[in-house]
Structures are given as C-alpha cells and as structure tokens.
Ligand binder design. Structure first.
Ligand code: ZN
Length: 263
C-alpha cells in the first residue's frame, strides 16, 4: 500500500489527544480539520466526497439509520480526504464499497477503498484494543455485534479485523449481485476452499438463501449450521461435518458477507 492508513489513524488520534476511541467524534475531527461536511438526502449511497481545485466537500446520507454505519462512513470519507484528495474528483460510497477488503484486487479504486476502510477501522478502534477484545475469544456473531456496538464501528469492518487479529480460524466470502467476488481467510484457516469466485454462492449456503429467497436470519438465528462441504473441498468422509455460516447482508446493495468457521 502506498499509504499507511493505520499509522495515519493513530497519528490523528495522537494529534487530537484522544486516548479512548469511544470518545472519538469523527464529526468533530472533520470540523477541526476545516473540511466542509454536509448531511443530505442521498439515494443509494451512504457518503461521498467531492474534490475540485483544492477544495473538498464530504456529504453523508442523512437517512442512515445506525450510528455505527454513519460513524464508519464519516471515518471512511475522512480517510479518502487525507489520503486520496489529490486523486479524486468525485467519489461515491455505498455499503458495498464500505465493506470492500479484497487485498488481491489491484485496481486503483479498490486499493483506495481498502485504505479508506482500514483507516476508518483503525481510528474508531485501534488494533491494540481490538486484540484485547478478541483475546482467546472463539468466533461468534455475538462477539462481532458486541464490538461493533461498543466502538461504533461497522460489523463488516469488525469481521475483517477478526480475520487479521482474531484467534479463531475463519474464512470470509464477499458476494455481490449473487456472484462471489472474492474470499479471504485467516492465516490459521487450513482448509481447501472450493473454486467459487465469479459464480453464485453454493446452493446450500446461507448466502444462497438470501439471494434465492431473500431470507435474512434474526440476531438469535444468525449462527447457521452448514456442512463442511458447503464452501470447502473435503473428502467424502468429512463432507457432513458441522460448520457454521454467519451471513451479514445489505439488501439495498444486494450484498452478502459470509463468515464460515468450525466450533
Ligand atoms: Zn470510498
């Protein structure tokens, strides 16, 4: 990465003398940096940044229902301002770009999204605190929700942090418009993943239930049992072993983020 979004986030926190990220108001930081910010009625997107002739404007959708999502969007746009303002003219973000972490994809736009998302995640919840939160914790949707609520960060960003900093093997699949775009796994996830990119998610996956029949599970049912063979290449003897899938969906962006793990 050309920029170092983590270092930059910590630098901003230090400059503003913020020790506890729960005290961070990204809005205040944006005002203090003299970046014009406006809330508008945006359709089909959460935020955008406009930049021209040395001037910038951050616009955030006034209709975002959840604080976590609004806060993450503000931090993401601040990241674009600090790292990419000389390269952007107009940039629009929806829940798909705000959850984009495909490190294999080398296009400039996707690199910028990863950098803005990494910056946002780090400024809202620095890595050393995240590591404490997940220390010796097995993966569970409730853990993701608890961290997300406590620090006002998006659930998708907590999932991707867990992938890097958690202590439990997981694999994450990002499916947009009923096609798996990419997957990422933690270093300790030692299973062979089925060839599934650029095609619909497996028939018996929770992601397929969302795309085929608009099924969205409630909080209490978000840990769904699947088979080991649903997303993985396994010998027949192990095909029916129990695996779990937690599928985070964004209906308006036709996006599903599936986490799979074994207890
Ligand atoms: Zn963006």
């Amino acid at each position: 990465m050309k920029n170092n979004p983590r270092k930059l986030a910590l630098k901003i926190l230090a400059e503003f003398g913020i020790d506890d990220p729960k005290d961070v108001s990204i809005e205040d930081i944006i005002y203090a940096l003299n970046i014009p910010l406006k809330y508008s009625n945006l359709t089909n997107c959460d935020g955008r940044i406009i930049h021209n002739s040395g001037k910038s404007l951050i616009v955030v959708n006034e209709n975002i229902k959840f604080d976590t999502r609004r806060n993450f969007t503000l931090a993401h746009e601040l990241g674009h301002y600090l790292m990419h303002r000389n390269e952007l003219i107009q940039h629009v973000d929806d829940s798909a770009s705000l959850a984009w972490y495909d490190t294999q994809n080398r296009t400039k736009i996707s690199q910028q999204e990863i950098e803005a998302n990494t910056f946002a995640a780090e400024i809202l919840l620095p890595s050393h605190l995240f590591k404490k939160e997940v220390f010796k914790q097995p993966f569970d949707p409730s853990l993701i929700r608890d961290i997300s609520d406590k620090y006002n960060v998006s659930r998708s960003s907590v999932i991707y942090r867990f992938l890097e900093l958690g202590n439990h093997p997981i694999c994450v699949f990002y499916t947009k418009d009923n096609k798996v775009s990419y997957w990422r796994r933690s270093n300790d996830f030692n299973f062979k993943i089925k060839d599934c990119t650029r095609i619909p998610p497996p028939d018996d996956s929770v992601a397929a239930e969302f795309f085929d029949s608009a099924t969205i599970y409630t909080t209490t049912e978000s840990k769904q049992e699947i088979s080991k063979s649903t997303w993985l290449e396994v010998k027949e003897d192990y095909a029916d072993d129990i695996f779990y899938e937690y599928c985070l969906v964004h209906s308006e962006s036709n996006l599903a983020i599936s986490v799979i793990w074994e207890d």
